[in-house]
Structure formats: C-alpha cells, structure tokens
Ligand binder design. Structure first.
Ligand code: PMP
Ligand code: GLN
Length: 413
C-alpha cells in the first residue's frame, strides 16, 4: 500500500459492519432507516430507468451535476440561502456527501495547511485532511455536566480554546450541524463566533449539513452561508441519502461560490467524473415535488423530523428508564447514552489496550445481539476519553425495533 495510506487503515464502519454481518444483531449501529423510503422517490427511480421516451437517462450525464438536478437544487437552496444560486457554477454533484468532503479537502487544502475539526466529528474528516497533506487541529465540544440526563445544547465550544486553534496556517474549519454523533444543532451565536474567526484568519468554512432537515421542536437549522460576509468563504454539503432516507443511493452535493468549487471540481472530474444519471433524475423529481409542497405537513422535510421526534422521545425515555443517561439530541438521528455505570458492572473482556466503549459495544453485539457504535471513534487520540463513556445508537428505526432494543437494555440494569 502507498505510504499515504499508513496510519489511517482503521475504520469504525468496516469493523462494526463486519461484526454486524457475523453476529446479525438488532442493528442500531450505522445510520440508515430500516423502513421504506418515500414512495414518490422510489417510484421515480423505477420510472426513470424504464422511460422509453428518454432512454438516455440511463447514460452518462453532465459531469458536475445532471442539469435537472442542479436546477432543482438551485431553486431550493436559493430560497434556503436567500440568494440566487447559479446551478451551473455554484453547485457540484458528488457520489454522496463523502465524496463532497473528500474533494473539498483534496481540492482546497495544501500540504502543511491546518484544518480545524470540532469533536466529536464524523470520522472520515481526519483521514481525508491527512490524505490532502493537511494537519488536523482538534477542538472538542465540552459538556457542562456528565453522568446525568443532558441535552446536546449543553455541549459547547470553549471560545478561548477555539480562538487559540486558529492561526495563519488555518485553511479551513469543518462544522457539522446537526452533528453526528451528538445531535448538536449549532446556534446562530455559536456559528457567528466561528464566522468571526473565519473572517479574521481568512479561513474557509466547510459545512457538513447532511442532517439539515432533521431538527426537533424549538430548534432551527442556521446556515453558515447566510451569515454576513460568509457566502464567499463557505461551502455547504448535503446528501440525498439523508434527505430522502435512501442512504444506498450515495448522492451528495456541494454548494458554494464558483472560486471555492474550482479545486473540488478538478478532483471530481479526474476521479468520479460523473454520478449515476437515473439516481440524479429521481432525486431531482423528489426535490421538485418537495419544493412545490414546502411549508405543508406533507412535505418530507417536515414529515420526517415529525416522525423522528417521536422516536427520539421514546428512546430518551427508554434510556432514562434503564439508567443510561441520554444526551437528548436537538437534531439528526443518533443519540449518545452514558454507559459508564453499566460498563463498570460488566466484565466485557476484549483487548485492554482498546478504548472501553469499543470493548463494551463489541460485547453488547456479540452477547446481547444489540449493535451500537463506540463514540470514541469520533475523537482524536488525545480526546478519546471524552467519548469513551458513551454508546451511539441510531433511532431512525421501526418502533418495534426500538422497543426490542429497550428490552435488551433493561436486562443490563
Ligand atoms: N457527513 C455526516 C455527518 C454523515 O453522518 C454522513 C453519513 N454517512 C456523511 C457525511 C456521508 O453521507 P453520504 O452517505 O451521502 O456519503
Ligand atoms: N453517516 C452514517 C453513520 O454515521 C453512515 C456512516 C458510513 O456510511 N460510513 O452511521
């Protein structure tokens, strides 16, 4: 293997999806719904593939994004970001938000540049920055209380710690809101604090907003790109997989000013080049439909979070009942639960050099047939201890499966 792959071989997804294949547990690990995606987008895809009037929809399309899709995205995000977005210049369609993140790092970061990553973070940010030759600089969200029921809003950046992470080497900061795994929805004030530092240090904001439509009562998703002076220095990443509950479709996009998309486009054109045409057409049809019924309860962007909020509340009460203090998420479809007391009671075995959440999650999967994800995977080496007392559970699952998980957890009490 090439030298650039050394030190980044491990992936929590490879490891825990393999475990799930072996053990066949009730899977609240990797984030995906276990129920049907909306019928309109599924039907759209089968119609598109079989459209005898438009057989070219099964062939290559425009490399930077299928025209119908970028047009639909342009219309929706122009309204969302309160500015006219040029679909041909200011949008890049990619193979999932993963590729958007990857081409952002490869196309914007120079060797030796520093990139600030807020912890806990979606795990691929760190190896992607390194592959680009950049140096990750980690700043953790810090909880005001632990070992009791709290909310993700109580996990905050220390303003001094964040400011100290910026320097003249800082090329970018990656912000994920709503956050995976914590469920934190960054407030306007928090984003403004980050924005001020970005402007002061001439830094790009890479906004991972894949859970943009999943915020719960009382929370608003604020877009960094809409803050004063930030459009010019922000790229915003979204995902069709998350938006329409079709994670297997692997389609994403980056929205931002043409000058910030130039580098990422070069990487995209020399790697993936063009994404699947029928998927792009079907997602375009989905967006056209949702844009037309925006603001109504039928719109999926409202229907999905309404459905998820009930699940979140159910999981919060299950976890509270079994003595695993949940961190109530403000958005997204993951929840962290504090399992230190329970871990202390169980001899989970495993390799003592491994973090205790990894050992506990493996034990739970093998011995109790319930799969979660160990949150220390979302931390740098130096801060793993902050995540080690928790387990991440995914709650975009059928109610019956959430209840089954509750039954398993009760037995641990
Ligand atoms: N960012 C975050 C925060 C995620 O949770 C995910 C989920 N895999 C991604 C990016 C990647 O999304 P996609 O499946 O569209 O590649
Ligand atoms: N975003 C999902 C999660 O965090 C899926 C991760 C993945 O596909 N690697 O579980």
């Amino acid at each position: 293997a090439a030298l650039k792959t050394k030190g980044i071989e491990k992936s929590v997804w490879v490891e825990f999806n393999q475990l799930a294949l072996e053990v066949k547990p009730l899977n609240l690990g990797q984030g995906f719904p276990d129920f049907a995606a909306p019928e309109n987008v599924r039907r759209a895809l089968s119609r598109v593939c079989n459209d005898n009037e438009n057989v070219l929809l099964n062939q290559y399309t425009r490399g930077f994004g299928h025209p119908r899709l970028v047009t639909a995205l342009g219309k929706l995000y122009s309204a969302e970001m309160e500015r006219v977005i040029d679909p041909m210049q200011e949008i890049l369609v990619t193979a999932g938000a993963y590729e958007s993140l990857f081409v952002a790092m490869m196309g914007l970061v120079n060797p030796g540049d520093e990139v600030i990553i807020i912890e806990p973070f979606f795990d691929c940010y760190d190896p992607q920055v390194r592959l680009a030759g950049g140096l990750p600089v980690f700043v953790p969200l810090r909880p005001s209380r632990v070992g009791t029921v709290t909310t993700s809003a109580e996990w905050k950046l220390d303003p001094a710690e964040l400011a100290a992470a910026f320097s003249n080497k800082t090329k970018a900061i990656i912000v994920n809101t709503p956050n995976n795994p914590l469920g934190k929805v960054f407030s306007r004030a928090e984003l403004e604090m980050i924005a001020e530092l970005c402007k002061k240090h001439d830094t790009i904001a890479i906004m991972d907003e894949v859970y943009e439509w999943m915020t719960y009562s009382g929370e608003t998703h604020v877009r960094m790109a809409t803050l004063p002076g930030m459009w010019e220095r922000t790229i915003t990443i979204g995902s069709a997989g998350k938006t329409f509950s079709v994670t297997g479709w692997k389609l994403g996009w980056t929205i931002g000013p043409a000058q910030l998309l130039a580098g990422p486009k070069v990487i995209h054109q020399h790697s993936v080049y063009t994404c699947t045409t029928p998927i792009q057409e079907a997602v375009a049809l989905g967006f056209e439909e949702e844009t037309a019924r925006r603001g109504t309860p039928e719109c999926y962007f409202q229907a999905l979070p309404a459905q998820l909020e009930v699940k979140r509340d159910r999981v919060v009460s299950i976890l509270t009942e079994v003595g695993m203090y949940p961190i109530v998420p403000q958005g997204g479809y993951f929840i962290l639960a504090y399992v230190r007391d329970i871990m202390n009671k169980i001899d989970v075995g495993g390799d003592p050099n491994e973090s205790r959440d990894f050992r506990f999650v493996k034990w739970l999967s093998r011995n109790r047939k319930l799969q979660g994800i160990p949150p220390s995977a979302f931390y740098s080496q130096e801060h793993k201890n902050i995540g080690e007392d928790y387990i991440r559970l995914c709650f975009i699952k059928e109610d019956v499966n959430l209840e089954k998980a509750g039954e398993i957890l009760k037995q641990l009490k």
